[in-house]
Design a protein around this ligand. Structure first.
Ligand SMILES: NC(=O)c1ccc[n+]([C@@H]2O[C@H](COP(=O)([O-])OP(=O)(O)OC[C@H]3O[C@@H](n4cnc5c(N)ncnc54)[C@H](O)[C@@H]3O)[C@@H](O)[C@H]2O)c1
Length: 379
């Protein structure tokens, strides 16, 4: 693979490397690792990339790699740049025949997401969108359980993502990750709702299998001087008549990454928290609560496929990320060998989820800024 962004000046690129190195399916052989050419070169050297495949811009990387013999050139690129540098490299990579891994939110705006989806369909190439929380085994357990109907019809969905790291005007200090996330020219129309609200939205649709059809949003900018929302809540209506609440904030002082989802059905409900990721609670109306644990023998097929360690040896964020990459790599290998990928491998987020994530951002901002709060969820 080749990587775009993710040099020594970056946050998430290093997490990707830890994750895709976990299974020995993927090797990083090329990179345009930073917007700063010196950092790009130094980062490539630190990772022992061949000098000829350390690039100082992604266009050159894609051109030169595409001109190499098939057995030598990269199979896919991983795009781990800020939101405003997602669409162009992704389109270019697809046009040159490379599969794509891309960070969320998929693009800068909804129209770009639609175009990217069309390009993926036209080329027949694969795209993995990094909604990390869908990679956790206990999230997959919850998904299969809810969608089996064992708990009855879904009635309520409560999903929340509180962080506290933007409780002060951090962008004023020049901190890189805060600076672009709070800048509408680089982040997009939304702040916290785009950065972490899209994860919560994706998680809600993923585990329930339902689709949001109407929303009512309340967006706030709590920290003075900030240009985008840093806090908000959204009421949700789903296509089956179920309803829910989504909360995303980056000013919940003291919170880390407290992603949590609860879904209630006719006979009971589920509860999962990423800060206790190996546990899934199943609550029943008429019997005691059940505690499911990762790595055990009683998990369903989707969860078991995504477990790596025996019960009691905790799996976490890196393994969830690794599951996205492994499923993507297994799918690519199957396609290259002209075999049918297994259903469990194909269970990774892609362009459909990307388009819905961008629609979430646009609809939430529209509702948040309007006096007519309830609006249809336009995609
Ligand atoms: N899935 C997750 O859980 C998760 C977590 C964090 C970040 N993200 C997403 O990952 C992306 C990056 O976030 P981050 O926090 O790592 O950002 P960052 O600011 O830490 O790093 C961005 C990197 O992109 C590079 N870059 C910028 N423009 C470039 C260009 N034109 N060519 C090559 N490199 C370029 C920078 O030099 C830097 O290396 C964002 O889209 C963000 O939303 C996802």
């Amino acid at each position: 693979m080749g990587m775009i962004g993710g040099g020594k000046d970056a946050f998430i690129g290093a997490v990707h490397r830890l994750a895709f190195n976990m299974d020995g399916q993927i090797e990083l052989v090329a990179g345009a690792l930073s917007i700063n050419p010196e950092v790009a070169v130094e980062s490539g050297r630190n990772l022992f990339l061949d000098e000829s495949r350390i690039y100082t811009d992604y266009k050159t990387m894609l051109d030169k790699e595409a001109a190499m013999p098939a057995e030598k050139r990269i199979d896919f690129v991983s795009i781990v740049t800020p939101n405003f540098v997602h669409f162009e490299p992704a389109m270019m990579a697809l046009e040159k025949g490379f599969h794509v891994v891309i960070e969320k939110p998929i693009t800068f705006n909804l129209e770009q997401a639609r175009q990217l989806k069309a390009k993926v369909e036209e080329t027949g190439l694969e795209l993995l969108l990094c909604h990390t929380y869908t990679g956790y085994p206990m999230v997959k357990q919850a998904k299969q359980l809810l969608q089996s109907g064992a708990l009855g019809k879904i009635r309520k969905v409560y999903v929340e993502y509180p962080q506290g790291w933007l409780s002060t005007f951090l962008e004023g200090t020049g901190q890189a990750q805060a600076s672009w996330r709070t800048d509408p020219k680089r982040s997009g129309k939304a702040g916290s709702m785009g950065d972490i609200g899209t994860h919560a939205f994706n998680l809600a649709e993923y585990v329930t299998g339902l689709q949001v059809v109407k929303i009512c949003a309340d967006l706030n900018t709590i920290v003075p001087g900030r240009m985008l929302d840093d806090d908000g809540a959204v009421l949700l209506n789903f296509n089956t008549g179920a309803s829910g609440v989504l909360m995303a904030t980056q000013v919940a002082a003291g919170e880390e990454n407290n992603v949590k989802i609860r879904v209630y059905c006719e006979k009971g409900g589920i509860e999962w928290k990423q800060e206790d990721a190996n546990t899934l609670l199943v609550k029943w109306l008429d019997k005691p609560v059940e505690i499911y644990r990762a790595g055990t023998g009683y998990l369903n097929s989707l969860a078991s496929h995504n477990c790596r360690t025996p019960a009691g040896h905790p799996e976490g964020y890196l393994e969830a990320f690794a599951n996205l990459y492994r499923n993507f790599a297994l799918t690519l290998n199957a396609k290259i060998s002209r075999e049918q990928p297994k259903e469990e491998w194909l269970d990774f987020p892609s362009t459909e989820e990307g388009v819905r994530g961008m629609a979430f951002i646009e609809n939430v901002v529209k509702s948040g800024q309007s006096d007519h709060k309830w609006i249809s969820f336009e995609v």
